[in-house]
Design a protein around this ligand. Structure first.
Ligand code: SF4
Ligand code: ZN
Ligand code: ZN
Length: 306
């Protein structure tokens, strides 16, 4: 097939619009869409200090590249890439660190060991034997570490690599689980509530399907790790992902329709959530709906395990 814009050889079909595009026009469309999302949502403003959580996987590398393209022309903005070393065997952040050096972006490495005094490898046996999946521990601790770091460097935004597929999977899982408040947290007006501040979370790829993020990373030759974490398992999310992919295959455009619907719903739920002021964790002082926050409960739980 040929590109619908220039008649050169096409590399990709946008099935939801029926358009075939060549390398050049696919890259143009992808970047235009991300930049439009940033502009319309006012995701980046002058004097912003943006923290990007850099895992080394395709999504975060794409976010870093595009934010750097936009922010480097503004000397008042600061972009900081932060990678978390969870202490997982075989994981390498070398490619991510080298990429930051090559494009001149400030990079920080933070480790679970230094911050929480534990490695995921070290605790995984204890945790698994206690029937708690490693990801539940790792996800909560990683979120806390990145949020604390954002606070520490005075970040005004935290950029995540969530793409369209991640967003609708989360929304769908919340609906299936009857957890409507979680949908509210997907609303783009949400962020990280800290003791004294509120740091908005920005999702610059939320209009981009996962396979397009993957293709963009490949075409731009962005170094990214493809190896799977040894603790990643076939999860409920994988089942939901397969379900939504099959829906999109048979009914192209379904993913975008679902994003629009969940946005409408999230806006209503998010506004309600915004009015509620949670209490404080008795141990760390962070906002928490219970006496102790999830992070403190987890750490306490792990430390008492034999
Ligand atoms: Fe952590 Fe799970 Fe991701 Fe591995 S797959 S890095 S354990 S959250
Ligand atoms: Zn073309
Ligand atoms: Zn706490």
């Amino acid at each position: 097939m040929n590109c619908m814009r220039c008649k050169r050889k096409a590399v990709f079909e946008l099935r939801y619009s029926g358009h075939w595009l060549c390398r050049k026009h696919f890259i143009e469309l992808f970047e235009r869409r991300v930049k439009k999302n940033i502009r319309q949502g006012k995701l980046i403003e002058k004097d912003d200090v943006v923290l990007v959580g850099l895992s080394g996987r395709k999504d975060s590398m794409v976010v870093l590249k595009i934010l750097n393209d936009i922010m480097r022309v503004n000397p008042n903005c600061r972009l900081v890439a932060v990678s978390v070393d969870e202490g997982i065997r075989g994981k390498s952040l070398r490619g991510a660190i080298k990429y930051c050096e090559s494009i001149g972006v400030e990079h920080r490495l933070v480790t679970f060991k230094e911050y929480f005094g534990l490695d995921i490898d070290d605790v995984v046996e204890k945790v698994e034997s206690d029937c708690v999946p490693a990801c539940s521990v790792c996800g909560v601790l990683k979120r806390r570490l990145l949020n604390d770091y954002a606070d520490k460097i005075g970040a005004t935004k935290v950029a995540t690599g969530y793409n369209l597929d991640d967003e609708i999977q989360s929304a769908f899982m919340s609906i299936l689980g009857g957890d409507l408040q979680s949908i509210g947290r997907l609303w783009s007006g949400t962020g990280v509530l800290r003791r004294r501040s509120f740091i908005p979370q920005i999702k610059v790829l939320r209009e981009c399907p996962e396979e397009e993020v993957q293709l963009y990373a490949k075409l731009m030759k962005l170094p990214h790790t493809k190896s799977r974490c040894p603790y990643a398992r076939t999860s409920y999310r994988t089942t939901v992902r397969d379900l939504l992919n099959s829906l999109e295959k048979n009914h192209p455009g379904s993913k975008y329709q679902m994003l629009r619907s969940s946005d409408e719903f999230a806006k209503i739920m998010g506004t309600q959530l915004g009015r509620k002021h949670p209490g404080e964790c008795s141990l760390c002082g962070e906002p928490s709906s219970g006496k102790k926050c999830t992070t403190c409960q987890l750490i306490e739980g792990i430390k008492v395990l034999p």
